[in-house]
Design a protein around this ligand. Structure first.
Ligand code: ADP
Ligand code: MG
Length: 213
């Protein structure tokens, strides 16, 4: 590879680029350089790269570039295996959204009372990040509406399947708009995940990065 892949060469919104730059991100990691252009073309994606390779910012840029801040509906959903990971993803998304005014990001995980989450959902959010069980709980109570979802991210898909969340994910995906773009991010991509994801993704582009950078 000759030139470093710079965020400043991406055709993304200036305010999003401003956020990215303010975080000190200049060069894309390998998975970012390969996956972001695919996401910007609104294609479904399976992206595999090891832990610590910057997958959150990759899908975060994909989500935020197409988000319409003036449309106050849930436009993106990120499903994570654990509360800790959901909190980390929400934090990184908030950092990436810093220069874009009025983006609301809501985290919905188990282990906290339902009522405040339902109240927050009534106020609305552009992006929801959550764990499978609690998301399904909200779907069952009709406290969340996913028919306006444009981007669905399955983060750490391998761990979610290992933890037995497959059926929950099927239920959540069924509640999302069929017109969505679906992005699957994983550190590994074994055959069972390949099989499991077939019903969720439409002609996905597959990207695998062996090394970290
Ligand atoms: P993964 O999801 O692949 O395990 P993360 O998204 O958690 O990785 O990112 C790992 C770390 O790398 C985070 O601290 C993040 O802030 C940082 N990071 C991500 N992209 C870049 C970049 N292009 N330049 C510098 N640091 C980055
Ligand atoms: Mg990650």
């Amino acid at each position: 590879m000759s030139n470093p892949a710079l965020f400043s060469n991406l055709p993304i919104n200036p305010s999003l680029l401003e956020s990215v730059t303010s975080l000190g991100y200049l060069e894309m990691t390998a998975i970012q350089a390969e996956s972001i252009p695919v996401m910007l073309e609104h294609k479904d994606l399976i992206a595999q790269a090891k832990t610590g390779s910057g997958k959150t910012a990759a899908f975060g840029i994909g989500i935020l570039n197409k988000l319409n801040p003036a449309y106050f509906a849930t436009q993106a959903l990120v499903i994570c295996p654990t509360r800790e990971l959901a909190d980390q993803v929400s934090n990184e998304l908030r950092r990436l959204a810093r220069a874009i005014p009025n983006i609301k990001i809501l985290t919905l995980c188990g282990g906290t009372p339902m009522r405040p989450q339902i109240a927050s959902l009534e106020h609305g959010a552009h992006i929801v990040v959550g764990t499978p069980g609690r998301l399904l709980d909200h779907i069952g109570r009709s406290s969340i509406r996913l028919s306006t979802i444009q981007t669905l991210v399955l983060d750490e898909a391998d761990r979610m399947v290992d933890m037995g969340f497959y059926d929950d994910i099927v239920g959540i995906v069924a509640a999302c708009s069929p017109r969505r773009q679906t992005l699957l991010f994983s550190a590994t991509y074994p055959d069972d995940i390949r099989q499991a994801s077939q019903g969720f993704l439409r002609d996905p582009v597959e990207i695998k990065v062996e090394s970290q950078h």
